[in-house]
Design a protein around this ligand. Structure first.
Ligand code: MLT
Ligand code: ZN
Length: 470
């Protein structure tokens, strides 16, 4: 028999008030909810899977009264540990609240529950020719509540920006059980502090998001996917300059190194169709203007670029299958690297104009430290947001790898500070980037952040220890 007194008290307080299927109490049923894609994991005290906002309010209110900490949980695809259980907290999963209402065509919005899977929202809105323009490799699993709570980025930030631009209403539940509607989907509402924007990126530390009104755009009409091999980072910059001046809209400008491609080829058995390989690859997705002339302009642009000495080889996808195949190379990187060996991930950003200089210096730093590990470079070149993934070699064990990475991390953070960048461009802070927050924010800033946290959650029970320690 489980004798944990807090667990017994909470179950007793909720007795008869929640349907049985909302509560998981056996440790084997709770275990999958303890971690995320970082592979860090812990044991939840209990897991709740509410189906309504009222149930969320009831659970939070009771946890608050009993001073039991709660971790809000979505698709758990996070890479910073934002949804990881560390001290036997209760997990509140929103996954069963996945309703997507009909699209408001005049307002160009859709109302969804927090547990709606991002890709399901895409499919739903595509029927109306519309799109919630958040596109992530994890879109088939991640949920809207998690996207909002982490202010997710993804591959189309260069065109549409981060998640925070694409929400006009939120329903939230605070730890004391209050249900609050924020902004009610209004396009214009200048009435003081914008609490929606406080909630976005708060990583579930202020309140639980239960519903959201999402802003939509027209689905891109004439998309093309182009793929290039290049000799160097500097060559990517030259291609990017050309693309910025071209007569089309860039939807994505992603890069990856030869080692990333090799990992995808080996682990997932996918292949590049380019004849000539390069040190680096660029996947560029664009949207052409309407009419027939834009195709000719693109062709001219491509001929020009392929004739330049900074491009080794290039192609443009001729079918939707080929488009998917090229995207499959980029989207398979995370999984392939994870299958290769133990990984430490750095999701950083600098000004777009300085990305090459920054990566060059970071790479030099990495090599100068002679670590028994390999560096895999990929990410969102067009957003100034490279991902540096350090992969352990067989020559060292886990403990030594952690020591090596910690040494590198200290130097890397100093470098990011020097370049005026950020150590979390799109993955959030969670547990893994807390030392960066402590280093990068001034004491005055931290005092304000903590005061905001206390105003929403006076007992400090919501997702404790994430982003910062109190
Ligand atoms: C990506 O860009 O593919 C994601 O941010 C995931 C990752 O960094 O591994
Ligand atoms: Zn990314």
């Amino acid at each position: 028999m489980d004798l944990n007194p807090k667990k017994q008290q909470l179950l007793k307080a909720l007795e008869g008030k929640l349907p049985q299927e909302v509560i998981l109490s056996k440790s084997e049923d709770c275990a999958p909810y303890g971690g995320d894609w970082t592979r860090m994991t812990g044991s939840p005290l209990l897991v709740f899977l509410p189906k309504t906002t009222e149930q969320v309010a009831l659970i939070l209110k009771n946890c608050n009264e009993l001073k039991i900490p709660v971790i809000p949980s979505g698709g758990r695809t996070g890479l910073s540990g934002g949804a990881v259980v560390t001290a036997n907290e209760v997990v509140l999963s929103l996954s069963r609240m996945s309703k997507i209402s009909s699209v408001d065509l005049l307002g160009r919005t859709v109302r969804v529950q927090a547990g709606a899977v991002t890709e399901a929202v895409h499919e739903h809105c595509a029927k109306e020719g519309l799109l919630w323009p958040i596109d992530l490799a994890s879109k088939g699993t991640c949920e809207v509540g998690g996207n909002l709570s982490t202010n997710a980025g993804g591959v189309r930030v260069i065109r549409y920006g981060m998640v925070r631009k694409w929400v006009s209403g939120l329903q939230i539940v605070t730890m004391n059980g209050d249900v609050i509607e924020l902004n009610r989907g209004l396009e214009k509402n200048n009435t003081g502090y914008d609490l929606i924007q406080l909630m976005v990126g708060a990583e579930g530390t202020l309140a639980v998001i239960t519903e959201a009104t999402l802003k939509l755009v027209r689905l891109p009409q004439k998309e093309k996917v182009l793929f290039f091999s290049l000799p160097s980072l500097e060559a990517i910059k030259q291609l990017f300059k050309k693309a910025r001046l071209a007569p089309f809209e860039i939807l994505a400008f992603e890069f990856f190194s030869q080692s990333c491609l090799k990992a995808v080829e080996k682990q997932l058995n996918r292949r590049s169709k380019l004849d000539k390989p390069g040190e680096f690859y660029v996947l560029m997705e664009i949207e052409l203007g309407l009419g027939s002339e834009p195709e000719d302009l693109l062709e001219q642009w491509l001929v020009d670029v392929l004739g330049a000495d900074f491009v080794i080889d290039g192609m443009w996808a001729q079918s939707s299958t080929e488009r998917k195949e090229i995207w499959g190379l980029r989207e398979g990187i995370t999984e392939s690297i994870a299958l290769t060996h133990e990984v430490r991930k750095y999701d950083v950003s600098v000004a777009v104009s300085q990305i090459v200089e920054f990566i060059t210096e970071a790479e030099r730093l990495f090599l100068s430290m002679n670590l028994e590990a390999d560096l895999y470079l990929f990410g969102h070149f067009g957003d100034g947001s490279p991902h540096l993934n350090i992969v352990r070699r067989d020559t060292i064990d886990h403990k030594t790898f952690v020591e090596h990475c910690d040494r590198f991390e200290k130097e890397l953070y100093l470098l990011i500070k020097k370049w005026g960048g950020s150590a979390s461009s799109e993955h959030g802070v969670g547990l893994l980037k807390k030392s960066w927050v402590a280093m990068a924010k001034t004491p005055q800033e931290m005092a304000l952040v903590k005061a905001i946290k206390t105003a929403f959650d006076p007992n400090h029970l919501l997702n404790p220890g994430k982003i910062f320690s109190l």
